[in-house]
Design a binder for this molecule. Sequence first.
Ligand code: EPZ
Length: 429
Amino acid sequence: MDKLVIEGGKTLTGKVMVAGAKNAALPLMAACLITDETLKISNVPHLSDITTMANLLVHMGVDLSIESLKEDENFQSGRVLCLTAKNISEHRAPYDIVRRMRASVIVLGPLLARFGEAEISLPGGCAIGARPIDYHLMAFEKMGAKIDLEEGYVKAKVEGGRLKGADITFPTVSVGATENVLIAATLAKGKTILRNAACEPEVGDLANMLNSMGAKITGIGTHTLEIEGVEKLHGTEYRVIADRIEAGTYLAAAGATGGDIEVVGISPDIMSSTLEVFEKMGMKIERKENSIRAISTTPLLAIKVSTQPHPGFPTDMQAQISTLMCIAEGTSIMEENIFENRFMHVPELQRLGANIVVDGNFLSITGIKNFKAAEVMATDLRASVCLILAALRAEGTTGINRVYHLDRGYERIEEKLSALGATIYRTKD
Ligand code: EPZ
């Protein structure tokens, strides 16, 4: 397995191009199943999760081509995917793919809407929690699907051949359930209302793309979506929104190293809650139309942060901010409200000298002067990157093991960090 080796103490400065958002590209790709015409998606990041989704869709019979763009003078890069679900032979998402990437469950909605049946392996839990899909299944049952759970698979069938619109309220906000049902509702008979829906920018990206395919979705950007079902959707060309979590991670690297970093290719409007946290910690944030600059010249200040559904502070930035809290002056509080086990990074940060007390879904973090390098282990995608942030600051050379987690969500991270002045390289564990 790969390992990252990082020599700490360098101040990071410079510009970095933000890639397309993993959590937008995945549902956009799955949505190709909703039509027999070609979907052309650009600005797709180079990530292993994208490859997993591509493998799943090809396994089902999707005709897929990938064109890699070289980074040009406008920092445009990423991949262009053409997906055509004309000859779908499989309505099944097998366990060996779903277990590697739970986002695969998002094929359930388009398969039910277009073909009236689907068989999806239950995703199983992951490092950050049980991550059930009961909201997804509740919604599809309300829309007329019969759901059976057999041998670890969800077997769904639409009686009468076509889903029907329904008035659905999600018990708590769920990004995946909102996206899965949103795609299905575009072809359902009649009107669907989704209440307490997620309004993350990635959900908006999916809704905008579906509307460009002929769907009739209103309420985009709010917690209530209304969808008027249509007979058919056509193909379209669409560019994936920038990754606000990747951007936030690089801006956090400025805070970790007392640096000055500008992330290019993203609007500050889609991540204001994260930017406000950086400012409360004493970092200077410059907002431009298509870029954000973070400058950290004074010691970081302790703060209290709670993760919330969008537009609140995102859980996917919790580990990164926890790292900054470890070296802030004073005692900070981090409250994790979205996942039940998203503190896997804490024991690893403690190995680097952090002073953290876990109390249920709260962290009480007392600032230390600096981290001390050590061998640590990545446990999940965002935990991996918070260890990189700590290692960039730490005295000495840190080794981070099991970095395959990183490759799921961060495109060419060593390259991008080296370009900012970091001493970082990949080796075999
Ligand atoms: C999406 O996961 C993201 N993944 C996650 O990013 C992100 O952390 C999460 O949304 C929250 O923003 C993708 O978009 C591919 P949820 P998702 O459904 O859809 C509970 C990353 O690091 N819940 O919003 O799986 C669930 O257990 C990943 O990029 C139910 O109880 O998250 C959790 O506690 C990690 N029943 C909460 O809701 C359900 O049917 C939020 O989950 C569905 C969810």
